[in-house]
Design a protein around this ligand. Sequence first.
Ligand SMILES: [Zn+2]
Length: 254
Amino acid sequence: MLKFIHITSLAAIALLGFIVLDWFYEISPIAYISIVLLWLLLVLLGSFNMRWQFFTSSIIKSSTSERKVAITFDDGPHPEFTPKVLQLLKLYNAKATFFCIGKHIESYPNIVKQIHVEKHKLANHSYSHATNFGFFRKNRIVEELKKTDALLEQITGMKNTWFRPPYGVTNPSIARALRDTNHTVIGWNARSYDTVLKNPTRVLNRLQKKIQPGSIILLHDTHSRCPEIVEHLLQFLKKENYDCVTIETLLNES
Ligand SMILES: [Zn+2]
């Protein structure tokens, strides 16, 4: 896996190498600029791609060969759509994991309670989910994670150790914060793009191609298309003999 430290060391070595060579031969400024641009490009791609484990390690699937998957919902709870999703999960005897935003937990504690009582798993998706979360300093990130964990514990009585970074973005500040808080980072290997694709059939087609034993599926319980997508997804998983379990259960199968 590509690691930030390795890429940065390689870029520094390459730049130093060019500086030394410059004593003997004239090195074009384009060579220096190319190294810096390549480093920047890799850092940018690494920030948005949890699979690379670039800044911090993250779990994107389970290695189980059993037909089990974990459906995960980000950004809730939502007062209208989360209860509909819960109803469907009950109907299909499926369990899921909800990566909730702290300020939404504060607004809808009863839905969080319901998620917990119905034996789904709750986890941390930051307090604010701010669009500039990727630019927050370490201490602010730690504060957000602790605040959301405290809210979850108040309602469920359980300590949370799972975290999914907003927008799936990781960077050195988030990595440092996670070393403090000791959260396990959960990514996904089946991304639905359900907030971008407006046609539920396209979302489902995409997921059906990606799902395999041990998959972690990413959905959002915050938009009107969600119940329809969830219903068809649960029908597909049932037909394919997949069990829908929480992240905790899935990872214990590894
Ligand atoms: Zn999110």
